[in-house]
Design a protein around this ligand. Sequence first.
Ligand SMILES: Nc1nc2c(ncn2[C@@H]2O[C@H](COP(=O)(O)OP(=O)(O)OP(=O)(O)O)[C@@H](O)[C@H]2O)c(=O)[nH]1
Ligand SMILES: [Mg+2]
Length: 303
Amino acid sequence: MIRRRIRGLEGTERIRALKAALGELPGYYQGPYGELRKWVLELIAEAETRKEIRHQESYFLARQGAAQVVLVGPPNAGKSSLLKALTGRQVAIGDYPFTTLRPIEGMVAFDGAKVQLVDLPGLIGGAADGKGGGRPVLAAVRMADAALLVVPLSPSGIGDAQEVEAELHREGIDVPLAIAASKLDLPGAAARVAELRAAYPERRLACCSTATEEGLAEVRRLIWDLSGLMRVFCKPRGGEVSERAVVLPRGAAVEDLVAALRRDWVHRFRSAHVTGPSAKFTGQPAGIDHVLADGDIVELILV
Ligand SMILES: Nc1nc2c(ncn2[C@@H]2O[C@H](COP(=O)(O)OP(=O)(O)OP(=O)(O)O)[C@@H](O)[C@H]2O)c(=O)[nH]1
Ligand SMILES: [Mg+2]
């Protein structure tokens, strides 16, 4: 009944309704009523915190790594669980909405490069109007290099996620977006995957469960793909391949690699030998226009 009374209410209104409900509870501090009282008090505390961030237009988020990818989605979707599983960051996880009230970041390490993954508070319909503290969350999505929409494979999950997408659309937020379907272990999840694919035929999608760890590798790969970056490893003649990658935008050529190492080396370029996905064979000779691919190893010859 309390849940129904506060549905859609935010800020002062929500707090007032909750306090009224608290006043109506029988005065027991133990047993079921005690539990209920505790629950309402928690809701009040949450509403108070959210009321504060509601007026804040954006968060301060220090960028780190080669790219920033945000986890966006409805409350309770499993975003924080995913951040924890992929970055090892210890975060609050709860079976109630709005567990996360501020962005939390962690780094996802890929061979030779790192991507900053940012867990955001949940978004609900009306977020663009500030509902549920949505304004700064939307601002954080706009600033990101890409977003992963976390869609729980629960009965209401797809509908909730569509509301989130509608808010992004309403705000004109147009960052690269892919879908991570979460809670794949839930009963009925497989059927909902099919439904999800039908709803988003054009989006890249990976399914996972942080409970069983199934599909986490696919989500990781999706995050790297979303970054729009590629890793190129340099190798001096006869030497070892460098451990750290030079991170370049996908589609970059040998010239971009040389310029990333040192701007004035472009004029000293003589030739390159490429091994890896963009090469037809090991050590393929390549000119300055040769388009590189993720994972290439390049030996540069300068004059
Ligand atoms: N069955 C199942 N439950 C999960 C999975 N991942 C997360 N959960 C549960 O879903 C609930 C919400 O998880 P969170 O990670 O806190 O979700 P969130 O999206 O960060 O939620 P907010 O911060 O409130 O927006 C918790 O009870 C988790 O234990 C999963 O893969 N399978
Ligand atoms: Mg969370």
